[in-house]
Ligand binder design. Structure first.
Ligand SMILES: Cc1ncc(COP(=O)(O)O)c(C=O)c1O
Length: 370
């Protein structure tokens, strides 16, 4: 593929100016100040929530949410058998036991039909992630949770500003989670937030962070550089969506690649990653790593997915069945990184051609895997 690989974060004059202003007014050196307050207010408004707590990472934000919900030892928290690794650890960090439910066939989202089988007397919460461009069916999850008296933590780290059944991602759960990590759509290098309408959850989270000082903070400088990005989030999400539609149309029907399909009505996905399932059987049994390497050699910014939890020891978690789809997701996921999705349509067409070239070459190989 011609052209330099896109960089992230993209050069943004308004971010540069925000850094300069923070330098000039000394706010970069303060513990607390107007930037953090403004960010909290804007995130609260965007998510129609009363309370936002900024913190040091999305990983910690998940733990903070669980602590805010009073999850602890002797509790169980349900999550998908394929998810961000830190989510499993965040549950363990509270002393609770992760309970693994398989993901949907050919997808990356928790299979809601399997939730009833996961319930027992200790079940307290569901941790659900919008993953790899997929949008979880939050109305169904909330219905199920209300019926069974469970709390919901909605991880929108990969979907900031996405629309989920008519409402913004992160605003459905009892607590919503955002990440501002270095690769994320809103980035401050590091950082996270929890969002809630429940004053007690917010209060407990704040108390947990207090160790004589706020022990897990987002800095004023980080908040300052997030504000201009937040103002552009909707427009950039729209641009990424348009390019994903273009790319999927141009790569439709290629052998070996099954793209993500979103089924949650009235939703607008967010593309931090765009996922495919790789089918080696259609590509002369070539190992996925060879396919990824060939795409990367063509300049296509892809990688493999998470390792999933299907093989986690039964001592650390309770599994609802053998989690075959989670294991398949771990073995067959291909992820396109988002920075290229803000490029011009011609670049997206180049990208589609490069993917088609590699898929075609693998499908027609006479010699089999290297
Ligand atoms: C779904 C999901 N949840 C949580 C996180 C954690 O965010 P952070 O990197 O800010 O700790 C990530 C990071 O990639 C993620 O993808």
């Amino acid at each position: 593929m011609a052209g330099d690989p896109p960089v992230w974060p993209i050069p943004d004059e308004e971010v540069r100016l925000a850094i300069e202003r923070a330098w000039a007014d000394g706010s970069w050196g303060r513990y607390d100040g107007v930037h953090g307050q403004q960010l909290e207010q804007e995130l609260a408004r965007l998510h129609d929530a009363g309370f936002v707590t900024l913190c040091c990472s999305g990983t910690f934000a998940v733990e903070l949410a669980l602590r805010g919900l009073k999850i602890g030892s002797s509790d169980e928290v349900i999550l998908a058998g394929y998810d961000f690794p830190g989510n499993f650890r965040a549950i363990e960090a509270t002393g609770a036991r992760p309970v693994l439910v398989d993901v949907q066939r050919d997808g990356w989202l928790l299979d809601i039909d399997q939730l009833p089988a996961a319930l027992n007397g200790q079940t307290r919460a569901i941790l659900i992630s919008h993953l790899h461009g997929g949008i979880a069916d939050m109305p169904r999850i909330m219905n199920f949770a209300h019926k069974h008296g469970l709390a919901v933590v909605e991880d929108a780290c990969q979907a900031p500003g996405g629309l989920v059944a008519g409402r913004i991602a992160g605003s459905w759960g009892d607590v919503g989670i955002l990440s501002f990590g270095g690769s994320k759509l809103l980035t401050a290098g590091r950082g996270g937030a929890i969002i809630t309408r429940q004053a007690e959850v917010h209060q407990r989270a704040k108390v947990f962070c207090q160790r004589g000082n706020n022990a897990f903070p987002l800095s004023e400088l980080q908040a300052a550089i997030l504000l201009p990005q937040l103002a552009k989030l909707a427009e950039r999400n729209q641009g990424r969506r348009a390019n994903v539609e273009r790319l999927l149309a141009h790569t439709h029907g290629l052998p070996g690649l099954r793209p993500l399909v979103n089924r949650t009505a009235n939703s607008a996905p967010c593309y931090y990653k765009l996922a495919w399932r790789y089918s080696a059987a259609e590509l002369r049994d070539c190992p996925i790593d060879e396919f990824v390497a060939a795409l990367q050699a063509e300049g296509v910014p892809v990688d493999r997915g998470f390792r999933g939890f299907a093989r986690r020891s039964g001592r650390r978690c309770r599994k609802i069945g053998p989690l075959p789809e989670s294991q398949l997701a771990a073995e067959t996921t291909l992820l396109l990184h988002h920075p290229i999705l803000l490029e011009q349509p011609a670049r997206i067409d180049d990208l589609a051609r490069a993917i088609a070239k590699v898929a075609g070459a693998f499908a027609n190989r006479v010699d089999g895997p290297n």
